[in-house]
Ligand binder design. Structure first.
Ligand code: GLU
Length: 478
């Protein structure tokens, strides 16, 4: 393993959609590895697929990474000595390498039509052979090649895979992986439209950016032998690798939209705490030790070791994620919690002061899983009059409720300090006096004050609503 190279790692998303959970996890592992070793974390944009790229996707990837706290040392908006950091701006580098390969003979032009190659592979499949290009154009005489080029015959450029070599991959998660070059076909390096392909650009960039470790998803393991053989042809040192396991849904199948959100920003937009999300992504295949579930970004960095990443698929356990979210919220100070809740509070329509809002944050803390939950939970504190939900409406329409509520309102009107101290004992006494079960009183009181049958302690609700509003709600409830 290349332990003594300065650590330089990269995350290389293609801006063809939002940042996927799997991509975010790869970015996190790269970032943690760089931070652990005082190395450099690079963000490289793989935007050669001009039809599927969009600025919108790029912006959303960058903002999702910032939200998670994954800052990059080189890349878009930051610069660096190895730029440009978008592949679309690096064409001269690829062109130079292509020319070198054609001159040195490890790349060759292939004029076979796609129809011929497809038919060939179809026949091979029918014969139960591995489908592969038959190298018909390898060794075409220069003069013939030049002639066909001159008349503009469409062609691709292929890598001439060396005949009997072994591609050795030093993988920090899987150990040494070896693949015989005979297993690798002469893959396409430049498409007929002139665009170089992923495997080629990736190697040219990783080499030029002096990447020491390639940490990426397991789905790329099949590409790695191609890339390793290309390093060899270029006469350049190959990086170490770490192929991180797939993320599986709770059904054990590849994580998909069917089983929940797959884009990181959808979690942000629903009010998931970023630190819980980071903790959760960190647990998808990695662990600090055999016991620790809850950790901060700094703790993850301090303990990060590629060797602690599992080989087997990581299950996306939504219950665990929600537990981590609630736990994160419960560990926050009132002030921090309020700051994080603010975007979710309907403060625009209220003139509440900071003290009141802090009280609100404290009152909902135990009940929140996500910051976003507070919008609905606290809606009744921000409106003029409550709109009871179905269950509350039912509780309010029971016989004798209007009398009960006006009785409780009179009782509370007589209390000097607010919120009424010993509120529960007070109502209990009143209920006993009127020969009513305490539940028969508390239920409609809660329904009248909040419009629902669940929620925080009624004492807290009374405090937040204030005396006038509480009494008005009890008197006006239907
Ligand atoms: N653009 C590739 C992807 O998004 C990067 C693969 C790699 O890290 O080499 O999957």
């Amino acid at each position: 393993m290349t332990e003594n190279r300065p650590v330089r790692v990269r995350f290389a998303p293609s801006p063809t959609g939002k940042l996927h959970i799997g991509g975010a996890r790869t970015a996190l592992f790269n970032w943690a590895f760089a931070r652990r070793h005082g190395g450099v974390f690079i963000l490289r944009i793989e935007d050669t697929d001009t039809e599927r790229n969009s600025q919108e996707s790029l912006d959303s990837i960058l903002s999702a990474m910032r939200w998670l706290g994954l800052d990059w040392d080189e890349g878009p908006g930051v610069g660096g000595d190895f730029g440009p950091y978008a592949q679309s701006e690096r064409m001269p580098l690829y062109d130079a390498a292509i020319q070198k390969g054609l001159t040195e003979g490890w790349l060759y032009r292939c004029f076979c039509t796609p129809e011929r190659v497809n038919a060939l592979k179809e026949e091979q499949r029918n014969r139960k052979e591995n489908p592969r290009y038959d190298r018909a154009c390898l060794g075409l005489p220069d003069a013939e090649c030049a002639k066909r080029l001159e008349v503009g015959e469409p062609h691709v450029i292929r890598f001439a895979v060396p005949v009997s070599e072994t591609a050795e991959i030093q993988d920090h998660i899987r150990g040494q992986v070896t693949v015989q070059s005979v297993e690798v076909e002469d893959w396409v390096v430049v498409r007929s439209n002139g665009m170089p392909t992923y495997n080629f650009c990736c190697v040219i960039d990783d080499a030029q950016m002096q990447i020491s470790h390639v940490v990426r998803g397991e789905e790329h393991l099949a590409n790695t032998p191609k890339q390793v053989l290309l390093y060899r042809a270029l006469g350049l040192p190959q990086p170490d690798y770490a192929h991180v396991p797939l993320i599986l849904g709770q059904d054990g199948k590849k994580l998909s939209k069917r089983t929940g959100d797959t884009a990181l920003q959808d979690y942000r937009d629903k009010g998931y705490p970023a630190e819980a999300m980071l903790n959760f992504l960190g647990l998808l295949g990695f662990s600090i030790d055999d016991e620790t579930t809850v950790f901060s970004a700094d703790e993850m960095v301090a303990a990060f070791d590629l060797k602690r990443i599992n080989k087997s698929g990581a299950i996306f356990d939504t219950d665990k994620l929600h537990w981590l979210c609630g736990d994160t919220i419960r560990r926050m100070t009132d002030t921090d919690l309020l700051e994080r809740l603010r975007p979710w509070l309907n403060t625009a329509v209220c003139d509440k002061d900071g003290g009141w809002l802090l009280q609100l944050a404290a009152c909902f803390r135990e009940r929140l899983t996500l910051f976003g939950d507070v919008s609905e939970m606290s809606a009744h504190l921000f409106c003029e009059c409550v709109e009871p939900d179905e269950k509350a409406a039912k509780a309010l329409s029971a016989d004798g409720v209007a009398d009960t509520l006006s009785g409780v309102a009179d009782l509370l009107a007589g209390v000097e300090s607010w919120p009424p101290p010993e509120f529960f004992a007070l109502v209990k006494g009143w209920a006993a006096e009127h020969e009513l079960g305490v539940g028969k009183v508390m239920k409609p009181v809660r329904a009248a004050l909040t419009g629902s049958l669940g929620g925080p302690e009624l004492g807290d609700v009374l405090a937040l609503l204030g005396k006038d509003c509480s009494l008005a709600r009890l008197r006006q409830a239907r």
